[in-house]
Design a protein around this ligand. Structure first.
Ligand SMILES: *[C@@H]1O[C@H](CO)[C@@H](O)[C@H](O)[C@H]1NC(C)=O
Ligand SMILES: *[C@@H]1O[C@H](CO)[C@@H](O)[C@H](O)[C@H]1NC(C)=O
Ligand SMILES: *[C@@H]1O[C@H](CO)[C@@H](O)[C@H](O)[C@H]1NC(C)=O
Ligand SMILES: *[C@@H]1O[C@H](CO)[C@@H](O)[C@H](O)[C@H]1NC(C)=O
Ligand SMILES: *[C@@H]1O[C@H](CO)[C@@H](O)[C@H](O)[C@H]1NC(C)=O
Ligand SMILES: *[C@@H]1O[C@H](CO)[C@@H](O)[C@H](O)[C@H]1NC(C)=O
Ligand SMILES: CC(=O)N[C@H]1CO[C@H](CO)[C@@H](O)[C@@H]1O
Length: 532
């Protein structure tokens, strides 16, 4: 029966054909999505439900006509794009293999996934450099038999409970991703039906443990956002003696015996305290407890020895470490300021935002040149800014292959999202002031795709309107968006270096701009001096 294979029911078929064949509607997908449902759309879907109550939208408490309409449009395009025969009556698979531009775009249409056509049996989104958390919206298609997300850069935890709703799933491939190992695949009965080849190099297998182990050292070295006062000048002088090792006793004292009042963050394997050293210096202390192998401890110290040497005005200072049998800790300076995420809520002007972007990219470029083993995790939550508008990068990690060329790091090291990509996202956020978590379900790629699709016709929506830009500044912002999109283009073979991006930004802002940034610098420095 025709209804059994139609994604949206018998009567919509003619409607689909209207969409697919009407020449006046041959404009791109996005234009169609901006149209209104036809006047009789409610009666179309009501009739559909009378004939086939299994349609996903029939069980909605109220018909959200706009989204149901949009979902039919996306379905029509996606069916065709996936080369299904007889679209859309037999839309049985989604094939977006090696479509790194399109896959994130289609994933971002949450209304489509919410009403996932029941005819779809198989979904293949492999080989797309997808970043961010597992795209849970796919799991709305509970009926599927096959799901392939291999060869992407997905990270974080699997939504285990939602997975178990996929009772008919018989083929799963999550290989070559960067998930966090949280469970023993063997231990969860749902996953027992899949063998190891579904999870090769995904971060989920026990055999990936060695690799996870390395990740843990790096996690420990990550720094949280600080919020109180630090005397920066003082600490520079005091550490010249080179004593970087702290004992557990010293840290106990510095944190009033690891008191609750001084605990600012607690994660599964890590606690972050604020404290004060004997000499009155305010510090932030990251602690990992429990026994680890001696090899782990050796690597930990090796990494710390490296980190304490890094000195740059826009990179957090690591003061030292503690390495004891039951506890490891990293001690860092604390500076006054707010995270960029919070800062953006105060609608800072364009010149302050671009100054932050330039200083961050210069600090990254300093690391790239001087400390290629060390990378930083640039995000609006991991960079803070002080009262003078000076940014400070708070999260660093040491990576494992100091000898590999940067080209190799970017492409083969799949567990690391290229730093340049992170900077691109950061830059685009500075310009657009969009909240990734609230507006794009935390997905960087969705955010980037949103910018890419709106940059021409809807530039006004992309640039944060609170900035009230002059014509020159508007043009600078437009060019900065282009640079942001170059940084986030994972489909190209040629990755630029951070230094190249830094130069491009400088060119956009021209000498006059740089001068004003520099003079602003001096003001900031003087202010700092005045404060101390
Ligand atoms: C909608 O609800 C009906 C009755 O409760 C049920 O039989 C049907 O399976 C539901 N359809 C979907 C798609 O959940
Ligand atoms: C994966 O994508 C790359 C380019 O991005 C391509 O060269 C390669 O053939 C693809 N692999 C598969 C298995 O499709
Ligand atoms: C679809 O996904 C959303 C969010 O993941 C979830 O709340 C909802 O229950 C899902 N619906 C179905 C039918 O699976
Ligand atoms: C699994 O397949 C059976 C038989 O085709 C079907 O009745 C059932 O609804 C499917 N399960 C889901 C979650 O769609
Ligand atoms: C693992 O499962 C896949 C399909 O699910 C199958 O093709 C493959 O032969 C299995 N491998 C082993 C070693 O059992
Ligand atoms: C998953 O993909 C990987 C890499 O393409 C492949 O080696 C493996 O056999 C696949 N596993 C399954 C179950 O299809
Ligand atoms: C609307 C649309 O994109 N239709 C296309 C579906 O696919 C066939 C061939 O694969 C094209 O000829 C149509 O233009």
């Amino acid at each position: 029966m025709a209804t059994a294979v139609s994604p949206f029911g018998l009567l919509t078929i003619s409607f689909f054909h209207f969409l697919l064949s009407n020449p006046t509607l041959s404009s791109p997908l996005i234009d169609q999505l901006n149209q209104h449902p036809p006047p009789n759309f409610l009666s179309i879907i009501t009739n559909n439900c009378l004939h086939d109550s299994s349609l996903r939208y029939c069980n909605s408490t109220s018909f959200d006509l706009t989204n149901i309409f949009k979902s039919t449009i996306v379905a029509a395009h996606l069916c065709n794009l996936s080369n299904n025969p007889n679209c859309p009556t037999s839309f049985s698979f989604i094939d977006l293999r090696t479509r790194p531009k399109l896959a994130p775009l289609y994933l971002s249409f949450s209304f489509f996934w919410k009403y996932c056509p029941l005819s779809i049996q198989s979904i293949d989104l492999s080989n797309n450099s997808l970043v961010g958390p597992f795209p849970s919206q796919i799991l709305n298609c509970t009926q599927i038999h096959s799901l392939d997300l291999s060869h992407n850069m997905l990270s974080g935890f699997l939504p285990l409970e939602s997975f178990t709703l996929l009772t008919n799933l018989s083929n799963l491939n999550l290989s070559y991703n960067q998930f966090s190992h949280e469970f023993d695949v063997e231990a969860i009965s749902f996953f027992k039906r899949f063998n190891d080849s579904s999870f090769f190099h995904s971060g989920l297998l026990n055999s990936d443990k060695d690799y996870k182990f390395k990740m843990m050292t790096t996690i420990l070295l990550l720094v949280g956002v600080s919020a109180l006062i630090a005397s920066v000048v003082g600490c520079l002088v005091r550490r010249i003696g080179g004593r970087h090792k702290f004992s557990e006793r010293e840290l106990t004292k510095a944190t009033d015996g690891f008191s609750k009042e001084r605990l600012v963050e607690k994660r599964e394997k890590m606690e972050i305290y604020i404290g004060m050293l004997k000499d009155g210096e305010d510090v932030e202390i990251e602690i990992q407890r429990g026994n680890v192998s001696s090899e782990f401890r050796r690597n930990f110290v090796k990494d710390c020895r490296l980190l304490v040497k890094v000195r740059h005005k826009n990179i957090v200072k690591v003061l030292g470490w503690c390495n004891e049998r039951e506890m490891r800790a990293v001690v860092m300076e604390r500076e006054e300021g707010v995270s960029i995420e919070e800062w953006l809520m105060t609608s800072p002007p364009w010149k302050d935002r671009i100054k932050v972007a330039m200083e961050v990219v210069e600090a990254m470029s300093f690391l790239e040149e001087e400390w290629p083993q060390i990378r930083c995790d640039v995000k609006t939550t991991n960079v803070m800014v002080n009262e003078g508008g000076e940014p400070l990068i708070l999260k660093l990690k040491v990576h494992d292959h100091p000898n590999s060329s940067s080209r190799v790091i970017y492409t083969l090291h799949s567990f690391l999202v290229p730093e340049i990509y992170k900077f691109g996202v950061f830059l685009l956020q500075l310009i657009s002031n969009r909240h990734l978590r609230k507006e794009f379900e935390g997905s960087e790629s969705r955010f980037v795709d949103w910018i890419a699709t709106h940059q021409y016709e809807k530039l006004r929506n992309v640039i944060d309107e609170n900035m009230k830009l002059s014509a020159t500044a508007h043009e600078q912002a437009r060019q900065a968006i282009e640079i942001g999109l170059i940084c986030t283009d994972l489909s190209t073979d040629k990755m630029l270096t951070i230094s190249q991006i830094s130069s491009m930004l400088r060119i956009v802002y021209m000498p006059s701009m740089i001068q004003s940034v520099d003079s602003h610098h001096h003001r900031t420095r003087n202010k700092k001096k005045a404060m101390t």
